[in-house]
Design a binder for this molecule. Sequence first.
Ligand code: PMP
Length: 449
Amino acid sequence: MVGTLIKTEQKQEHLWHALNRFNPETRPMVVSHGEGAWFTAESGEKYFDGVSGLWCLNLGHGQKEIVEAAANTMMNLSYSPLTLSHQPAIDLSAKISETLGASYKTFFANSGSEANETAFKIARQYHKQNGNPEKYKIISRYRAYHGTTLGALSATAQANRRMKYDPGVPGFLHVVPPYSYRCMFDKGGEGSDLIAADMLEQTIVWEGEETVAAVIMEPIISGGGVLVPSPKYLQRVQAICEKYDVLLIMDEVVSGFGRTGKMFGFMHSEGVQPDIVTMAKGLTSGYLPLGATAVQSYIYEKFKGDDQHDHFRHVSTYGGHPASCAVALKNIEIIEREQIVDRVEKLGNQILDRLRQLENLPYVGECRRAGFLCGIELVENKLTKAPASDEKVDFVIQECKKKGIIIGKNGDTVPGYSNVLIIAPPLISKEEDLQWVVDVVTEAIQKLV
Ligand code: PMP
């Protein structure tokens, strides 16, 4: 056993881990086994996964039906490109359209980043073929994360994450997010969210409406610190987009498939129906890679012109792999059959909402939550709202880890502002585990001095 461990350590030196500086002290733990919302490290320690892997393991480990769907599909059809067609992709595209509540056509890729890249290219080409060739700019919001490839990173407005790779792709701009806790106009609440929407409108006007192709946003900024806007914000954004013929791209990579207590995050805002919806993560609950870009049918119509160059000149070898599509279909079937979305809403309100009481503690500025997506903003001083130091934030994370719970924080957002603890447990987490997570996080924050 000791020999095996040493060998693993030696070999691990060849693995370039994500978001890590590899050195022996911070060696990422080797995860060997998972069950439900829990995983076991090679060392034998067991952890409750309070961030669902990377916010994706929504149905937890060991869903036998999903594994069988993958294996059966691979045995039957190991691969087929989507220049041809296959049944799992056909069925999944129809299911996605039904789930989104309007007529959508879906293009498949392998990840959230790719799904967003696909959306940007569709938006630009759509306007070119709709008589508005000057419309190319894509607007996103500060603190947003939209992916890791250069286009998606250009839409990502997190200074620390971008600084080594800038300049990004031309034509991407950013506006303020709805963030009532730190509203620069000191309004707070819904009023400040609506000002953020008005600033989007101003930006479109000042940039020249004839130059703006699309706005991309998550319904709730997740990795950028769990910023939960009032439902009216998205309604106003949609109205602005319609007014200026700007496509509204909804990044549902994190928020899709039940995470926020609705099937999709935009469904918290009545009447909102995005032009384009991008998905990944919860689409397969992380069992296999898959990204999807669903566009309303009227957009697709513009790709059917007689000119041979009018079709979408875009392909992904593995996008929409038969096994990934079969996994996604089974994943959605389980979400519906087990009424996971209702469960998230109910247990979120009953159990995770207790986290709001933390706002009475000296270092807690604000607790924000939607479904099983929670953000606890730590501050040094409740009056000045100065962000808590990295030491304080990391202390809480380490205290939870010592008790066997993995929680996260908004990583590389803005210099000095990695001060939001993030809890996003699997949607199948047991009630007693959720209660325990709230207790442990509370105790850890109470220890801050
Ligand atoms: N959009 C959002 C909102 C995300 O959180 C992420 C991933 N964390 C992405 C896009 C990119 O997804 P992927 O890592 O699958 O490329």
